[in-house]
Design a protein around this ligand. Structure first.
Ligand SMILES: [Mg+2]
Length: 244
């Protein structure tokens, strides 16, 4: 009972925290949410299924791209790397997300690969694409994030890792995707690349409406592939359904 109460109180404290992290962590997830993600075969198969469909789409789009340079763009947390161990530890202590412990977790380099991610990035490189990771992890964790990705077989020379800059809020994911396309700036190889496929667990991991000259809604399942994340996200604060 005390644990439930302290979890409840910490949830309230977090909900009222004035500085919510940019990447959407709010209230602490429940044990049931965590268990589904960590222990269900269904979660593993969903992520594998999503990555396999993304790989097929990538090969179709790569043929259309012909000799033009192209990229695949992936988010990191709960897309390429599974941070549920961090969440489990926080739950055990009866506390929620906060940025100090989060950055300490990133430094530990102990996040596991999301099922299907390794095969996808390998296939992208073999097909001639550039793998670009765009994450709102802070840039103080650059080395740790890259080493964690490498330890999980997700990183190779030639990949790009583009993090948020602590002192530049305007350098958001839209700006970083723009650099990939333009071929200039820190999030580029120096050559303009066409992003063919995007993967993420948050809607912000995908181009905004109008960012690409395409029918936005029609891209999901074709070029935009969403992974499940029951632990945190913008959905915690969002209301997308109206009552009948
Ligand atoms: Mg994410």
């Amino acid at each position: 009972m005390w644990m439930l109460l302290s979890l409840f109180l910490s949830t309230i404290a977090l909900a009222e925290a004035p500085t919510a992290p940019a990447f959407g962590h709010g209230a602490a997830p429940s044990g049931q949410q965590l268990k589904w993600m960590r222990d269900s075969i269904e979660y593993q198969k969903l992520t594998q299924q999503t990555y396999r469909q993304a790989a097929q789409a990538m090969l179709v789009e790569a043929k259309k791209a012909k000799k033009k340079g192209w990229a695949v763009i992936l988010d990191v947390d709960e897309t390429a790397l599974d941070n549920s161990t961090y969440q489990l530890e926080r739950l055990a202590y009866g506390v929620g997300f906060e940025s100090g412990s989060w950055n300490a977790w990133c430094e530990r380099r102990q996040a596991a690969a999301i099922p299907g991610a390794r095969e996808f990035v390998t296939a992208a490189r073999e097909a001639g694409g550039t793998v670009v990771f765009i994450t709102n992890r802070g840039d103080s964790t650059t080395v740790a994030t890259r080493e964690n990705l490498a330890a999980e077989g997700l990183w190779a020379d030639g990949d790009l890792l583009c993090l948020a800059k602590a002192d530049d809020k305007a350098y958001n994911k839209v700006a970083r995707r723009g650099e990939v396309r333009a071929g200039s700036g820190a999030c580029s190889t120096g050559k303009a690349l066409t992003p063919l496929v995007y993967l993420g667990d948050n809607i912000g991991d995908f181009p905004e409406v109008g960012e690409e000259a395409v029918d936005w809604d029609a891209q999901f399942g074709v070029r935009y592939f969403v992974l499940p994340n029951p632990l945190y996200g913008g959905w915690e604060r969002g209301v997308t359904r109206t009552l009948p």
